[in-house]
Design a protein around this ligand. Structure first.
Ligand SMILES: NC(=O)c1ccc[n+]([C@@H]2O[C@H](COP(=O)([O-])OP(=O)(O)OC[C@H]3O[C@@H](n4cnc5c(N)ncnc54)[C@H](OP(=O)(O)O)[C@@H]3O)[C@@H](O)[C@H]2O)c1
Length: 441
């Protein structure tokens, strides 16, 4: 079995397979591979096969669902029969913003989307439900909360030998109530305390920031080789992370604050939860991690933009008040928050709209600046006019916070606070290298 076949089968649909059959096929495929000398194929198979029915197609003697000539034409990796396409990796493309942007790019016909997801089956399912063109997407397993998984993902991706033109660091988790111990009503405050990554770090720090730190660095060589100029690396930020002190969202407590990075200095391992070594607060841990994301973007820009031409940027996509990001919030909040954003603040942005915004930052020549943070704040307003698609919302107006602007175009926002502090960004980088056990530049 060639590399082509392994990769190809991962992209094929598997509608009619039963679970036991899949397991037999997986076992058979693994033992076949064990005798192969191709170590790269093994590494890739290990990653691709996590929870995947797709590997079933590797089984010998299995009938292909289509004649070889047809399936070859439809295959993701067959450059010969398709116009050249650009490749983008999107982390967390199985839900919310990541899914919406992946759909936008896959359907554009110009991009092949690698959906880098922790739940392979879910990602395959949503891609099909959203009618992603089969030749334009591939799901690869990535759990950002385990450094070994990040390394495995990169090795699997390289084995495909398809080049990389853009990387979107989008995946995130948010545990706003994890630090709340008391429960007035059952289920109202999930609580539960901090959660931990495979490497022993607080989970939102590990998933939202550290996993992406490692991923960006490992994939830098791939981005450098891109024939698309400029290659891009986009890291999602958020207004609530106080990127500057002018956005209303950044002033809502708990306010992001990295202190003197004492938690990081001490190794950021259990029981340490917070970067400033303070008391655990789930909402603050999320905001701190997003500040680190913007600091990562700035440090990547400083280290690599001039020498490589790669463009690094961050963005606040708008308040997408009903994504799964809020899955751990209490039900009443999940019910009222979108209503508040639609009816009172006018800040609500739909997943589709936010997906289009992100897709623009990936592919539109107008968003090829480096070292910048795009936002709808400040001059361009705070949100999305209560859900009205920005395309129909070209006229500038005042929002409820009396900020004047149009929501049609992303604007560059000033980067302030911890994220605007060069020395701090450098220290964060150095300490992050220690945490992942590797020096990058
Ligand atoms: N929603 C908003 O209002 C808003 C505002 C500002 C910024 N953002 C940013 O936008 C980005 C996307 O958020 P969203 O609202 O779309 O949230 P979402 O719907 O919850 O999507 C988050 C994605 O991350 C994935 N993920 C979680 N842990 C992971 C891990 N360990 N490894 C790999 N993937 C993992 C999730 O996978 P599963 O599908 O398996 O859960 C999901 O695909 C985040 O960076 C967030 O900070 C959102």
């Amino acid at each position: 079995m060639s590399l082509y076949d392994v990769a190809f089968t991962a992209a094929l649909p598997s509608p009619s397979r039963t679970q036991p059959t899949q397991q037999r096929w997986n076992a058979r495929a693994s033992s076949d591979l064990a005798s192969s000398r191709d170590r790269q194929a093994q590494a890739m198979l290990a990653s691709v096969s996590v929870g995947v029915g797709a590997l079933a197609a590797c089984a010998p003697r299995r009938q292909r669902p289509f004649p070889r000539s047809l399936t070859k034409r439809r295959a993701f990796f067959d450059f010969g029969s398709q116009p050249p396409k650009k490749t983008v990796i999107i982390t967390g493309a199985s839900s919310g913003l990541g899914l919406a942007a992946a759909r936008e790019l896959a359907k554009s016909g110009e991009w092949r989307v690698i959906m880098a997801c922790r739940d392979f089956v879910k990602a395959e399912k949503v891609a099909k439900e959203n009618n992603f063109p089969e030749e334009n997407f591939l799901v690869l397993h990535l759990d950002l909360a385990a450094n070994s998984s990040v390394r495995q993902f990169v090795s699997t991706f390289r084995s495909l030998n398809i080049g990389l033109d853009a990387l979107v660091c989008n995946a995130a988790v948010y545990f706003p109530n994890a630090h709340k111990e008391g429960a007035f009503f059952p289920g109202l405050f999930p609580g539960g305390g901090p959660r931990w990554s495979a490497d022993g770090h607080e989970l939102s720090f590990a998933t939202n920031y550290l996993g992406h730190f490692l991923l960006c660095n490992l994939l830098m060589e791939d981005l450098k080789k891109s024939s698309v100029k400029p290659a891009r690396c986009i890291i999602l930020g958020t207004v609530t992370a106080s990127i500057n002190d002018k956005e209303v969202g950044g002033m809502i407590p708990p306010i992001a604050d990295l202190g003197q990075l004492q938690g990081l200095e001490s190794g950021m391992k259990k029981p340490t939860t917070m970067i400033d070594n303070g008391r655990f607060n789930g909402a603050k841990a999320y905001k701190d991690s997003k500040v680190c994301d913007v600091m990562l973007m700035r440090e990547l820009h400083k280290r690599y933009h001039e020498s490589t031409g790669i463009c690094f940027s961050s963005l606040y996509p708008g308040c997408i008040a009903d994504t799964n990001l809020f899955r751990e919030h209490y039900p009443v909040f999940r019910f009222l928050f979108p209503i508040l954003q639609k009816e009172v603040t006018n800040a609500y942005v739909s997943e589709e709209e936010a997906g289009r915004r992100l897709a623009k930052v990936v592919s539109d020549p107008g968003y090829a600046q480096s070292g910048v943070y795009f936002s709808w704040g400040g001059e361009s307003g705070t949100g999305g006019a209560g859900g009205t698609d920005a395309v129909e919302n070209m006229d500038a107006s005042n929002d409820r916070f009396l900020q004047y602007g149009s929501f049609r175009t992303l604007k560059e926002s000033e980067i302030g606070g911890d994220a605007g502090d060069d020395e701090r960004c450098k220290r964060l980088w150095n300490l992050s290298e220690k945490l992942v056990g590797e020096r990058f530049s």
